[in-house]
Ligand binder design. Sequence first.
Ligand code: TA6
Length: 278
Amino acid sequence: MITTQRMENGFEYLEIRNAAAEAKIASQGAHLFHYRRHGETPLLWVSATSPFETGTAIRGGVPVCWPWFGMSSDPALPQHGFARTMMWAVEQTEEIDADTTRVVLRLAPSEATLKLWPHRFALTLEITVGAVLSMSLTTTNADDRPFTLGAALHTYFAVSQIADVRVEGLEGRPYFDALTGTRHRQEGAIGFAEETDRVYQEVDGAIRLVDGTRTVTIANEGSASAVVWNPWIAKCSRMSGMAPDSYLTMLCIESANAMEDVRTLQPGASHTLKAVIG
Ligand code: TA6
C-alpha cells in the first residue's frame, strides 16, 4: 500500500507498507526517514527533535547529499549540496509483489538550482522497500559541458549503544580523518569511543554494521568511498536537530562519491550511486 500523508504543518511524505516492511519518504529531498522490516526495530535512526519543516533537512534517515559532499568550494553554499532541501516529484510507484514496493522520485533543474550550481541535469532516486532496502541515485549530465559530481546516501543507522557496535569490511582501506586532516589506513574493525568522522577510499566490498545479534550489510555500486561518522558528546551537543544523547544510538555509514571518488560526467553521461542494505 502506498499513501500520501501530510503532517499537521503540511509536511508531505509517502507512506509505504507491504508484507515485508514499511517506510516513509518525504517529498522534500526524496528523504527516506523511516524503514522497518516487520518484526524488527527500525533500521534507520531519526532524531526525536528533528524538524520536519520546509527548507530544513530532516536529521536522520537517508539525506541525499548532492551535487557535492561536504563543503562546496564556495563557503556560502550549503553543506552537502541542495538536493536534500528541495522538493522532488514522485515519478513512479509500483507494488512489484506482496513483499516489494518501488518508488522513483525526480528532482528537476530550476532557476533555483541553476543559481546554486550552473549545470542542467536529470536526477532520480529509486527506492525499493522490502526485506532488503535498495536506493539508486542516478545523475545524468543534461548540459553541453562536463561537470564533476560528488554525492552520498548519508544513512543514519539506529544502533543499540554506540560503544557496543563495530563496523567491518573497511579493514586495510585508506581513510581521511576529517577531524585532524590526516590520512591513515584502517586496522581491524572500527569501534567507537570518541568523535569519528572518516572518508574511506578503495571501498570495493560490503560493509557490515555489527550490533549485538543484528548485523546490517551495506553493499554499494558506483561508489568507491564511504563515510563513517558519529559526532560523540561535544559535537552532538552542538548539532541542530539532535538531543545531547543522540550520539549514543546512531551511526552514519554513508555510501558516497566523496573526495577522490567524485565523478566527472561528460554531456549525456549518467552515473548511479547505489546502496543495498540488508
Ligand atoms: O558525513 C559526515 C558529516 O560531513 C559530518 O562532518 C557532519 O557535518 C555530518 O556530515 C552532518 O552534516 P549536516 O550538514 O547534515 O549537519
